[in-house]
Design a protein around this ligand. Structure first.
Ligand SMILES: Cc1cc2nc3c(=O)[nH]c(=O)nc-3n(C[C@H](O)[C@H](O)[C@H](O)COP(=O)(O)O)c2cc1C
Length: 377
């Protein structure tokens, strides 16, 4: 795909996810088939530039181009400064976050809270575009503030007038958090009006769903977040399905074992061993959710304090898995089986592709769904 002057492998993008899409994960997703990966958001508060977290987020050493960095904030001058700072450190695309409903962001009037103030949106976009003239600037939004105020079409116009070169839309309002289903019809309406590329985002969890969203919205690209956690190979599965109409067989246990071990090494290198072990726990949990015997494994693994024990536990789990199955097999009755996740899949809008082998849908309670949702950005 040609995108903002870059030649990408495909139109499948990794969503920015704070605490998830660090450099090791972005690199891995690109290796496993993603065309582009956007960094976790970087604050526009220059007081924090010296913090270890912000410095790590601006570290792109060895990352495959193009390097896309997301910035968040609400003061035009500070956002411009943040854009400049990140371009000076290797960013080749600047993405502006107006899509995140997290309290930490919204209370300071940033993220999706900005959608309420269209004049301010315009000032921020213009300030950022002006300060990095040679660098494409993109914008990520939700469909609006709430269901009564779906002003994404109006934000699109402001974005185009300000020189924004692509728009990602997460098909929910800010008020919706992560509840309900992504509104692909709203994204389709935005795409119909747009003169810039539109990236569709929300609830894309499988190759069939990816095809459905592309067809339903007419979007130029897809952005995938939660479903890629612990499943970076989802990108190559979608890429293959879009090209052939067929599903790849599930990956071999041995392959994923090796991918996870390499991922762990990258995390230990990137964060140092102490933080690395802690960060690795959540990735190991995502990789293993829905696999046979994984609940007790995760419980034990989360107590392990050091690299050697963590690595050994992963080895032991995957070796025992390999004795049971050659390929990864997700328990269809497990709540954590993402393709069966009730909140992400509407049977009415997701017809099985002919010949596709679908697993039964497992239903999770609304309480559990909301508990999960409130912890997400
Ligand atoms: C843990 C987590 C962190 C996130 N952090 C960000 C962020 O930093 N910037 C942003 O624009 N969106 C953020 N998001 C939202 C995602 O980019 C994406 O829009 C959302 O998860 C919907 O896509 P999905 O259904 O494929 O997950 C985050 C989501 C999650 C789950």
């Amino acid at each position: 795909m040609h995108y903002l002057g870059f030649s990408l492998r495909n139109n499948l993008f990794v969503a920015p996810m704070a605490g998830v899409t660090d450099r090791p994960f972005r690199q891995l997703c690109k290796k496993m088939g993603a065309g582009l990966a956007v960094s976790e958001m970087v604050t526009s508060n220059s007081l924090l530039y010296g913090s270890a977290k912000t410095r790590r987020r601006a570290d792109h050493d060895g990352e495959v181009a193009p390097i896309a960095v997301q910035i968040a904030g609400s003061v035009p001058e500070m956002m411009a400064e943040a854009a400049r700072y990140n371009v000076d450190r290797g960013a080749q695309i600047i993405d502006i976050n107006m899509g995140c409903p997290a309290k930490k962001v919204c209370n300071t009037m940033a993220g999706s809270a900005l959608l309420k103030d269209e004049a301010l949106v315009g000032r921020i976009l213009e300030a950022v575009v002006r300060v990095v003239p040679g660098t494409p600037v993109t914008l990520k939004i939700r469909t609006g503030w709430d269901k009564a105020n779906r002003n994404a079409p109006s934000i699109l116009k402001i974005a185009e007038q300000s020189g924004i070169q692509a728009l990602t839309v997460h098909g929910r309002t800010r008020a919706c958090g992560y509840t309900g289903h992504a509104e692909y019809e709203t994204i389709a309406a935005i795409k119909a009006e747009a003169r810039i590329p539109i990236v569709a985002n929300g609830d894309i969890v499988s190759p069939e769903k990816a095809k459905f969203v592309l067809d339903a919205t007419g979007a130029d690209a897809l952005m995938i977040g939660r479903a890629a956690q612990g499943r970076p190979w989802l990108f190559r599965e979608i890429e293959y399905y879009l090209a052939t109409g067929e599903r790849l067989p599930p990956p071999r246990v041995g392959e994923i074992h090796n991918i996870l071990l390499a991922h762990l090494e990258d995390l230990y290198d990137f964060y140092g061993v102490d933080t690395g072990v802690r960060v690795a726990r959540k990735h190991i949990s995502w990789y293993t959710k829905g696999l046979a015997g994984s609940a007790s494994f995760r419980h034990r693994m989360n107590q392990l304090p050091d690299v050697v024990e963590q690595r050994n536990a992963v080895d032991e789990f995957f070796l025992s898995l390999a004795e049971q199955n050659e390929h990864l097999y997700y328990d269809p009755t497990d709540d954590n089986n993402i393709e069966g996740h009730a909140a992400w899949k509407s049977p009415t809008i997701f017809p099985p592709a002919s010949g596709a082998r679908l697993k039964p849908i497992s239903v999770i309670s609304m309480e559990k769904c909301q508990a999960i949702s409130t912890t997400w950005c």
